[in-house]
Design a protein around this ligand. Structure first.
Ligand SMILES: *Cc1c(COP(=O)(O)O)cnc(C)c1O
Length: 431
């Protein structure tokens, strides 16, 4: 399979280049030349398949020309080493828990698949791979965990100073070995800009053998489509769910669109955002206006220029009408989100994190306008990752901290600190 840039269909590369380069030189995003479709042989049995079997079928559809079956099976099984349970709060109101991985957020799925696929792609190469990633919270931890001690790789994580939670920061800064963290005086958008600038510096990018682990990397999106299928098949036959996706860079939502391309019936996608509502605003007006991000309590969604937007457009043939036929936008303030955390606790005795709470509000709004339908809201992180907010809303000790997070509290943070300045970052990266 070949991959092309969203900016130029004539710029085509193979899988290894699309995954390791991550970003085409023309600043577009890589897309597969042909989007795979799963056949009747899959759809006639998909409800009986295991999570891992579904994952393998999807990965096979995308990568079978390039990765041998045995290697692909190992990559999928290594990725899906934990479940994604579907919980029902009330009839039609389902929550898909995506936080059962090592770093307690959905990004474990993409990061684990990417690390395994990259390690397979560079097997036998004699050069260290430098993985560069900007994070607004959860990406960095997931990538750090997925690559920790993977031979032949070095990982550099950029995060905005003071804008990630204490435990998120510990996940980024305490692993050591081949993982380094850099604290940037600036916003997430500054971190993302610095990462982009290093890539667009061709000479540096080649000398350091740079690769990116942000959600612009196609290998993170494909495994995120696994759980759309895994959850939808658990609803009664004939029920077409609407998926509600708490969104920032829109990688998760784009993965849902890939699942639809593969043949999954989905009634609607609801793009749920906090005050950073660039995409809901676009869906309403047709006018796309990226802008600087605003800090909120659902900080992993504080993105003012969503990096997957070009892919979403490409998947709808650059048609606003087509996109708004399939995706509805819904955005909420921090006050509404806080009230939702309290409400979900008191109505259902369920602890929902601030990102999931934004999703739950969007789901309720949509079901009210479309009665008789079922929603699956992606619960993107475990509530204990946002303990401050949870304690303020539902009280101390209301949220249990899983062991794998609790042990980080006593580990020492190690990070370099830099201004949000391209020259300073490049100097640090390559002194
Ligand atoms: C990354 C993240 C999101 C946003 O996901 P995108 O794919 O960037 O839209 C939402 N919630 C949590 C907890 C996250 O970590």
């Amino acid at each position: 399979m070949l991959y092309h840039s969203t900016n130029n269909p004539a710029h085509r590369v193979d899988l290894k280049e699309a995954i390791l380069r991550s970003l085409p030189p023309d600043n577009g995003l890589y897309m597969p030349d042909t989007l795979p479709v799963l056949g009747q042989d899959f759809w006639s049995i998909w409800r009986e398949l295991s999570f891992q079997e579904i994952g393998y079928a999807v990965a096979h559809a995308f990568f079978h020309e390039d990765v041998p079956a045995a290697a692909l099976k190992e990559i999928v099984e290594g990725t899906l080493a934990f479940d994604a349970p579907l919980i029902s709060l009330s009839p039609g109101d389902h929550i898909l828990e995506l936080f059962h991985g090592p770093t307690l957020a959905f990004k474990d799925f993409g990061a684990r698949f990417m690390a395994r696929l990259m390690a397979w792609l560079v097997r036998g190469d004699n050069r260290e791979l430098t993985v560069l990633v900007a994070t607004s919270g959860d990406t960095g931890g997931a990538v750090a965990s997925a690559f920790h001690r993977v031979p032949g790789t070095r990982v550099i994580i950029l995060y905005p100073q003071g804008k990630v939670s204490g435990l998120q920061e510990k996940q980024l800064t305490t692993l050591g070995d081949n993982i380094s963290a850099v604290e940037i005086d600036g916003t997430f958008d500054d971190c993302q800009r610095l990462v982009k600038s290093a890539f667009l510096d061709r000479e540096m990018s080649e000398r350091l053998n740079l690769t990116s682990a942000n959600s612009i990397n196609l290998s993170r999106l494909v495994p995120q489509s696994f759980y759309y299928m895994h959850s939808a098949r658990q609803l009664p036959e004939g029920v077409e769910p609407a998926f509600v996706i708490p969104s920032g860079n829109f990688g998760n939502l784009t993965a849902g669109l890939l699942a639809v391309q593969l043949g999954l019936p989905v009634k609607k996608f609801i793009a749920a955002t906090n005050a950073n509502d660039v995409v809901p605003a676009y869906l309403k007006s047709g006018d796309y206006q990226p802008r600087p991000s605003t800090a909120t309590i659902s900080n992993a969604m504080d993105v003012g220029a969503p990096s997957n937007f070009a892919r979403m457009q490409a998947l709808f043939g650059n048609s606003w009408e087509a996109m708004r036929g399939k995706i509805e936008g819904s955005s909420f303030t921090d006050d509404q989100t806080r009230a939702a955390i309290r409400e979900v606790k008191s109505l259902f005795n369920y602890e929902i994190d601030p990102h999931g709470a934004v999703g739950w509000l969007a789901a309720r709004r949509w079901r009210a306008a479309n009665p008789g339908n079922a929603t699956i809201t992606l619960e993107t992180a475990h509530p204990s990752k946002f303990l401050d907010v949870m304690e303020q809303e539902i009280g101390k000790d209301a949220v249990e901290i899983p062991e794998r997070l609790a042990i980080l509290a006593d580990r020492e943070k190690v990070a370099s600190r830099l201004p949000g300045d391209e020259a300073a970052f490049k100097q640090w990266l390559n002194p």
